[in-house]
Design a protein around this ligand. Structure first.
Ligand code: GLN
Length: 387
């Protein structure tokens, strides 16, 4: 009974792999969620807000405390100013922001440019908006942006380009030059940029996060999407937001008001407190902890016979398993769960135009406690022995 629009997308790989991991008692390095809690003060603030009666609808565009805290965070981190009344809207997670932004911006039949590999909700959201996707493939192992590939598909008929930086699943952080390239095309063809920056605080080795909205002349055409889930380890709270010029934010809001209407106010109030507490010291500790997790899993994958790509951002590692198996990624991911007891994501599901690109890779999430990563390393080591 699923509409022709959505039937092709089936069940998201994240639900599938988590179900499979649970069914086989595997360690879940597939779906990207931390197996630890965020700041205790934030959790206390949510509990307090629930007891203090913040249990009814709140302002559809976001609780006043949260939109103010988002404004402050963006201003002190990037020097970008947004009006909390009209230029910031809160959504139920970034995934809702992606869907409602595309539904709100696009007319049926219009064209959206996507980079592959992509987060799997992108093409589904394009379909929900009744629009059509065009693809540019970022190729393994460096996932660099190729100007001639962009030029082949980007013309004046592209209404929206959806950018993800830092990039899931590759761990790529777009260089300044790559962002300039995207900005140049967007200016030339008058394209709206929807920029999913949920991993904005997770960059490594000194890689800076540059919001594309901060490039010359880009603020007026860019809708920036982010969320609390990654930065404050609360992916289940589903608190996300969009920032941009009022005309673009109004498009997201036009759809948001008729989908979730508002996001649970107690969680918004708690995230507001967490954002205000997220000073340079908090973010430095957060990055340092994730750098240690990344380095541990990189070494463990290498020791087990994988050839991992060192991510400069996100909490994912793509690893080439050609030395271990000739299976395709779906088969190998399934075997890893059932025979080794570790779940990872087969990334060919993140490609539409050139599925062969993802075939020899698996995506591992390292947003896990040291003991979880230790146990995963031990299990992965068995791969070596079974060769
Ligand atoms: N973004 C997360 C990931 O890539 C998953 C989000 C989800 O499961 N809805 O793992």
């Amino acid at each position: 009974m699923i509409s022709a629009k959505l039937a092709p997308f089936g069940t998201t790989i994240f639900s599938e792999m988590t179900r499979l991991a649970n069914a086989h008692g595997a360690i879940n390095l597939a779906q990207g969620f931390p197996d630890f809690d965020g700041p205790p003060a934030m959790i206390d603030a949510a509990a307090r807000a629930l007891h203090d009666g913040h249990n009814q609808y709140t302002r559809s565009m976001g609780h006043p405390k949260l939109v103010e805290a988002i404004r402050r965070f963006i201003e002190r981190t990037y020097g970008l100013a947004y009006d909390p009344e009209t230029e910031i809207a809160v959504t139920s997670g970034c995934t809702e922001a992606i869907a409602t932004s595309l539904i709100g911006l696009l007319n049926p039949g219009e064209t959206v440019l996507l980079f592959e590999p992509f987060y799997d909700s992108y093409p589904a959201s394009v379909a929900m908006a009744g629009a059509t996707a065009r693809y540019v493939t970022l190729r393994h192992p460096d996932f660099a942006l190729d100007e001639s590939a962009l030029a082949r598909v980007w013309d004046a008929s592209v209404r929206v380009v959806l950018v993800n930086n830092p990039h899931n699943p590759s761990g790529k952080v777009f260089t300044r030059a790559e962002l300039e390239l995207v900005a140049n095309f967007a200016r030339r063809h008058d394209t709206i940029v929807v920029s999913d920056e949920v991993y904005e605080n997770l960059t490594y080795d000194g890689a800076p996060h540059n919001p594309i909205a901060s490039l010359p002349d880009m603020r007026k055409r860019t809708l920036t999407l982010s969320s609390a889930g990654k930065t404050f380890s609360c992916t289940g709270w589903k608190v996300g937001w969009v920032t941009g010029p009022a005309s673009l934010v109004a498009a997201t809001q036009a759809a948001h008001q008729f989908t979730t209407f508002c996001t649970p106010p107690a969680f918004q109030i708690a995230v507001a407190a967490a954002l205000d507490a997220a000073d340079a010291a908090f973010l430095a500790t957060y990055r340092a902890e994730y750098t240690a997790r990344r380095d541990f899993l990189l070494a463990a994958l290498q020791a087990s016979g994988f050839c991992p790509i060192r991510p400069r951002g996100t909490y994912f590692i793509l690893a080439d398993y050609s030395a271990l198996s000739h299976d395709d990624d779906l088969t190998f991911a399934r075997r890893l769960v059932t025979e080794i007891g570790v779940a990872a994501v087969p990334p060919s599901v993140f490609y539409a135009a050139d599925k062969t690109e993802g075939r020899r890779l698996l995506r591992f999430a390292f947003c896990k406690r040291p003991e979880t990563l230790d146990a995963a390393a031990e299990r992965l080591n068995k791969l070596r022995l079974t060769q």
